[in-house]
Design a protein around this ligand. Structure first.
Ligand code: IPM
Ligand code: MN
Length: 379
């Protein structure tokens, strides 16, 4: 029987409650699909930081390296200055573990309310691949004459050919097993240095994937096209900051941040990958049972797909889709079930083992499982 060692970082705000719900689903999947998990809960986040002053430490990094994956809740708390935990922990992990591919599906599941009038699941089924270690996120820059009318701030964006290549190559391979369409999103008419490097890299790699049709869209135009004609997109590749922004837009289109899942993938197998919902810690609703845990549950399914447990991952996805469709609202008291209740309902459906109605469209679970196999990451 396979054992998967998963480090669990619940973090702050709604993090612990959505992670508890996901762990219940994970336990149901393990007993039903015949694998075991070895979980370690890692104390981290605002309270831990305020108590110990620790963020991302060398000891933690070494400890986490021994795991197959990291399941992450959320981080951020009003008691800690904005950005301290985000940069000091989340970005530190993405960097340290070179989780270069931020895999963010934008998939509208049946029965989920979208604010886009008339949008149907068959038209909204894409994956945004966000570069996750470079760009404006490197934290380089400086300010002079701070606090004076002459203050000048310089914020650098670092783009390396090697860094771009690894996400672009991944995106081509993904597009090749999906619907064969890759869209580069940038702002190359204005950010000409970075934009040209991205476009040149895409053009060069394109010759290895003749079956993939390549397209380019400016990021501002993307904010127009993504909500109105999501069917135009299959795999979208973009830089760190543009990816951060357009994946929130994608989340809204697919029913809100509560349902949006993501994977932070180390694609060279040198460190664990990390799986987290796209939402933040939402301290205003923490502890109320109002948070929708399905983003974290679907991220857990992505984790299992990545670790080679494809059947369990597919069952979690299908069970989540059924429960999602039954919710009268996607979060808050009107959700009709608590955070834990949603987790329990999905876990029960997984234990029953279906039959599930087929999840329409391209399966991101299959995609992740296949991509992981081709990267030979399975233990
Ligand atoms: C995300 C978040 C993070 C980011 C923050 C919390 C550091 O917004 O995962 O999209 O900016 O990448
Ligand atoms: Mn974000």
């Amino acid at each position: 029987m396979n054992t998967h060692r998963i480090a669990v970082i619940s973090g702050d705000g709604i993090g612990p409650e959505v992670v508890e719900a996901a762990l219940e689903v994970l336990a149901a999947a393990a007993s039903t699909y015949g694998f075991t998990t070895e979980l370690q809960k890692i104390p981290a986040g605002a309270q831990h930081y305020l108590r110990t002053g620790e963020l991302w430490t060398r000891e933690l990094e070494e400890n986490l390296r021994t795991y197959d994956a990291v399941l992450f809740g959320a981080m951020g708390d009003p008691a800690v200055k904005p950005g301290v935990l985000e940069r000091g922990f989340i970005l530190a992990m993405r960097q340290a573990f070179q989780q270069a591919v931020n895999f963010r599906p934008v998939k509208l599941y049946p029965g989920v309310a979208t604010p886009i009038a008339g949008l149907t699941p068959d038209r909204c089924d894409l994956v945004i691949i966000r570069e996750n270690t470079e760009g404006a996120y490197v934290g380089r820059g400086s300010t002079v004459h701070t606090g004076t009318p002459h203050a000048v701030a310089v914020q650098e964006s670092i783009n390396t050919r090697a860094g771009i290549e690894r996400v672009v190559d991944y995106s081509f391979r993904l597009a090749q097993r999906r619907r064969g369409r890759l869209t580069l999103v940038h702002k190359k008419n204005i950010l000409i240095e970075a934009g040209n490097l991205w476009q040149d890299t895409v053009n060069d790699i394109a010759s290895q994937y003749p079956a993939v049709e390549v397209d380019y869209v400016h990021v501002d135009a993307m904010c127009f096209h993504l909500p109105l004609t999501p069917e135009r997109f299959d795999v979208v590749v973009t830089d760190n900051l543009f990816g951060d922004i357009i994946t929130d837009l994608g989340a809204v289109i697919q029913g809100g941040l509560g349902v949006a899942a993501s994977a932070n993938l180390n694609v060279d197998g040198t460190a664990p990958s990390m799986f987290e919902a796209i939402h933040g810690s939402a301290p205003d609703i923490a502890g109320k049972g109002w948070a929708n845990p399905t983003g974290t549950v679907l991220s857990t399914a992505m984790c299992l797909a990545h670790l080679g447990e494809k059947d369990a991952a597919l069952a979690i996805e299908a069970a989540t889709v059924e429960v999602l469709a039954s919710l009268p609202a996607l979060s808050g008291p009107a959700m009709g079930m608590s955070t834990a209740g949603v987790g329990r309902a999905i876990a029960e459906a997984v234990r029953k083992g279906g039959p599930f109605s087929p999840v329409p469209g391209q399966s991101v679970i299959e995609d992740l499982a296949k991509m992981a196999t081709s990267m030979a990451l399975h233990n």
